[in-house]
Design a binder for this molecule. Sequence first.
Ligand SMILES: NC(=O)c1ccc[n+]([C@@H]2O[C@H](COP(=O)([O-])OP(=O)(O)OC[C@H]3O[C@@H](n4cnc5c(N)ncnc54)[C@H](O)[C@@H]3O)[C@@H](O)[C@H]2O)c1
Ligand SMILES: CC(C)[C@H](C(=O)O)[C@@H](O)C(=O)O
Ligand SMILES: [Mg+2]
Length: 371
Amino acid sequence: MSEAPEVNAQKSFKNYKITLLPGDGIGPEIMKVAVAVLQAIAPKFAITFEFETALVGGAAIDAMGKPLPDETLQLCQNSDAVLLAAVGGEKWDTMPSHLRPEQALLGLRAGMGLFANLRPAQILPQLIDASTLKREVVEGVDILVVRELTGGIYFGKPKGIVADENGVRRGFNTMVYTEPEIDRIARVAFDAAQKRGRVVCSVDKSNVLEVSQLWRDRVSAIASDYADVKLSHMYVDNAAMQIIRNPKQFDVILTGNLFGDILSDAAAMLTGSIGMLPSASLGESGKPGLFEPVHGSAPDIAGKDLANPLAQVLSAAMMLRYAFNEGAAADAIESAVNQVLDAGKRTGDIMADGCERVGCVAMGEALLAAI
Ligand SMILES: NC(=O)c1ccc[n+]([C@@H]2O[C@H](COP(=O)([O-])OP(=O)(O)OC[C@H]3O[C@@H](n4cnc5c(N)ncnc54)[C@H](O)[C@@H]3O)[C@@H](O)[C@H]2O)c1
Ligand SMILES: CC(C)[C@H](C(=O)O)[C@@H](O)C(=O)O
Ligand SMILES: [Mg+2]
C-alpha cells in the first residue's frame, strides 16, 4: 500500500517584499511588535514576508546626513509595500527645513506618488470610555478621512523665508491644486464611499480661498459620476467643530493635505487615542503603498516601554488588506487586537478603570498569545 500523501506539501506560499522604516522615537519599539505579529500570522495564511529595514528621518540624518537617503527611497519603490513607524524629535528640530526628519515623509509621498491617504477613525466598543468625549457622542463612530497627500500647501511653490532690504523676514507657502489632482482624490473618496455608507463630505475653505473654490467645483463635477453617493460640502472650521460635536454625521470626509492633517488628528481623539489609528497612503494601482500610524514619534514616551503599538499593528493589517488583498490575514490581526482589548490589556494612553496597564512589549506578547 502506498503512503498517504503529505497534504501540505503542495501548498504554495506567497512572498511579499516589505521595506520597514522604523525611524525615530517610539518607532523602533512599535515596529518590533508589528513585525512579530506579521511573522506570527504568516504561516497561517500561506504567506511569507521578506523584510528589509532602511534608515529614515532623524536616524538617517545621524547616519547618512539626510532624512531620506536615495537607497531608502529606491528600496521602497522596489518593494511590494512599505511599513513606516514615525520620524522626528527635538534633536533635529533646529536643522534647516530641508534637513528635518519630517522631510523624509514628504519625500516618500512625492517619490512614491502616494496621493491618497486613507485614515479610518473607528471607535472600538472596548475603548469608548477611553475617549475624552461622552459615550453617546462617540459610540458607533466610523469615519474615513480621505486626505490628498502630494499636493496643496505642503508642496506648492513658491515657498521660503526671505529677508527684505531692512532685514525683516517673510515666510510664505502656496496652497495650490490642479484639476487632475482634485479629480483623482475625489474619485478615491467616492469609490470608498460606495463600499461604505455612500456619503461624502468634502471639506474646504471656499468662502476665502480660490484654491478651495476650484476644489469644490471639481468635487461637485466628479460627484455626477456617482449618483448613488450623497455629497455635501463643509468649511474646514465648521468641520473641526462638527467632528467633536456630532461625529456620527460623517461617513467619508474628503479633504486636502493640510486640512486632512489637522482633521485626522481630531478624528483620532474620538477613538480614544491617537495610538490606535492606522493609515494607508496609496498611489496609482500596481505601485507600492505605504502604511503607517497617524501619530508621530512621541518623543515624550520614547524608550520607556510606554508606547501603544496598536496603531502600528493595525497599519500592518491595512497593508495586508490594501496592498496584498489578504483580507483574511488582516481580519486575523484585527481580531487579535480585539481579543487583547477584551482581555482588558491597556497601554497608558487608553487606560481605563478596571483594566490592566501594560507596556509596549507586554501588549505585543499578548497579541502573539491571541494569534
Ligand atoms: N508620521 C510621522 O512620522 C509623524 C506624524 C506626526 C508627527 N511627527 C513628528 O513626531 C514628533 C512629535 O510630534 P507630536 O508630539 O506633535 O505628535 P505625536 O503624535 O508624536 O505625539 C502626540 C501625543 O500623543 C502621544 N502618542 C503618540 N503616539 C502614541 C502611541 N503610539 N502611544 C501612546 N501615546 C502616543 C505622545 O506621547 C504625545 O503626548 C515631531 O517631531 C513631529 O514632527 C511625525
Ligand atoms: C510629520 C508630518 C510631516 C506629517 C504630516 O503633516 O503629514 C504628520 O503630521 C502626519 O500626519 O503624517
Ligand atoms: Mg499629522
